[in-house]
Design a protein around this ligand. Structure first.
Ligand code: HAM
Length: 416
């Protein structure tokens, strides 16, 4: 678990702003769900045999005896809320977005934290392939908005309850014959979740999976046609993608389309996917609602932030103060609070260090902040209701009446 320090907030907020502006454009509404939920929704939703639920979920019993979990991902929690609040009677689909912390007990390494932040988009109540494409496009747009250039979108279809059991059987037959060559984790997965073996990063398993049957060749008519249309939409929207027949994703609820987005750089590959998602047509039903198709995706804020920090272009910090108020003496300190309030009302950010008495120390801070104007408010100025405005670039100074200074500084800032 980690702190997001003041210096990193600019990146943290940049991600949130990009997500929010894209969500607003596509008329998604923001939702917040509790960090703590009945653990059951993740057992049933994310899946009991998944790595997230089996190994990474923080669960505990409350004093009242409830078995609760810290949110490891948002999707089941949002679906629970959709059902609980009768959102199925709203015009469909319901389009939601979110931004907030998640918890997974992972081995800390590049891009893997135990508390991290996810944002995401969920469209509940629509089965059409255009939605899958829109979710992929929005995910891609969020990253492009943050000037990621070298992105790879990997797409696959993992079928549905109609065709996947046949494929699983087929795959199982193939993998059983190679059992002893699989890594210990995959030997275990062979029983519980053979599809996950396709996702294994171990070298010995990679070699085996190269000869494995591919799910794409075993899709039923409806999954095949759905996937074909998703790819046509992507082509039409000029969204570049790679087909990855081994992409299965680590969560149980997916049906049909799945995708992940990476940055194609050594650091990007080491960290893992920046975003991932797909269709989950059975989850609403699994969690006790009506049969309702859905599709969504989520992104990892810390992973995006760490790549952003390596880029040359620092996010825009234009909101930082361009004005500093330096005061000297008791009377001016007292009057300073009112002046600051007037600047705040005029929406001009003014930095200050009211706790400091020495003018020299205050100028040192102003220099560090790189402000353009310093307002000098000494004992004499306080008595005369005046204030000096010093242009730090030109080295020139002007004196203004206190009641005129906000308007004068506003004019100066406008002309910058
Ligand atoms: P996920 O692939 O488990 O999918 O997580 C989505 C993203 O969260 C990942 O691509 C990654 O960027 C970030 N992430 C996951 N674990 C960590 C971690 N330990 N530290 C830092 N970042 C992490 C889901 O969670 C699904 N709910 C996505 C979805 C939404 N599918 C449909 N709708």
């Amino acid at each position: 678990m980690h702190d997001i320090l003041p210096d990193d907030q600019v990146y943290f907020q940049k991600v949130c702003k990009s997500v929010e502006s894209i969500a607003n454009f596509y008329t998604f509404k923001r939702i917040e769900t509790p960090l703590l939920e009945d653990a059951d929704i993740y057992y049933k939703g994310t899946g009991e045999d998944t790595e997230i639920v089996e190994k990474q979920m923080y669960t505990f019993r409350t004093k009242g005896g409830d078995h609760v979990a810290l949110r490891p991902e948002w999707t089941p929690s949002i679906v629970r809320s959709y059902i609980e609040h009768g959102m199925q009677s709203l015009p469909q689909p319901v389009k939601l977005w979110y931004y907030g912390p998640c918890f997974r007990y992972e081995r800390p390494q590049a891009g893997r934290y135990r508390q991290f932040h996810q944002f995401g988009f969920e469209v509940i109540g629509e089965a059409k392939p255009a939605i899958d494409c829109q979710i992929i496009q929005m995910s891609h747009d969020v990253l492009k908005e943050m000037r990621f250039k070298n992105l790879i979108i990997e797409v696959n279809s993992i079928g549905d309850s109609e065709c996947r059991p046949y494929f699983k059987k087929n795959l199982m037959n193939y993998l059983r014959s190679k059992r002893s060559s699989l890594c210990p984790d995959c030997q275990r997965r062979l029983k519980q979740n053979p599809l996950r073996i396709l996702d294994c990063k171990e070298e010995k398993c990679q070699r085996i999976k190269a000869g494995a049957p591919q799910i794409i060749d075993h899709l039923c008519e409806s999954c095949h046609s759905h996937f074909k249309q998703v790819l046509e939409f992507l082509d039409e929207s000029e969204i570049p993608y790679n087909l990855n027949p081994y992409l299965v994703r680590g969560l149980d609820y997916y049906t049909k389309t799945v995708f992940e987005i990476f940055e194609n750089t050594p650091q990007g590959k080491e960290q893992g996917a920046l975003m991932g998602g797909g269709r989950y047509d059975n989850l609403v039903k699994i969690l006790g609602g009506r049969n309702t198709p859905a599709c969504g995706a989520a992104g990892g804020v810390e992973r995006i932030m760490s790549l952003l920090k390596n880029k040359e272009t620092k996010p825009d910090t234009s909101k930082d103060a361009k004005v500093f108020l330096a005061q000297l003496g008791n009377l001016s300190k007292k009057k300073s609070l009112k002046i600051l309030e007037e600047f705040r009302r005029a929406k001009i950010t003014v930095a200050e260090t009211l706790s400091k008495d020495s003018l020299k120390a205050q100028f040192r801070t102003a220099n560090k902040l790189g402000v353009r104007y310093v307002l000098i408010f000494g004992q004499r100025e306080a008595l005369n209701d005046e204030i000096i405005v010093r242009d730090m670039d030109k080295g020139s100074q002007e004196v203004f009446k206190l009641d005129a200074v906000v308007a004068e500084v506003k004019k100066k800032l406008k002309n910058l």
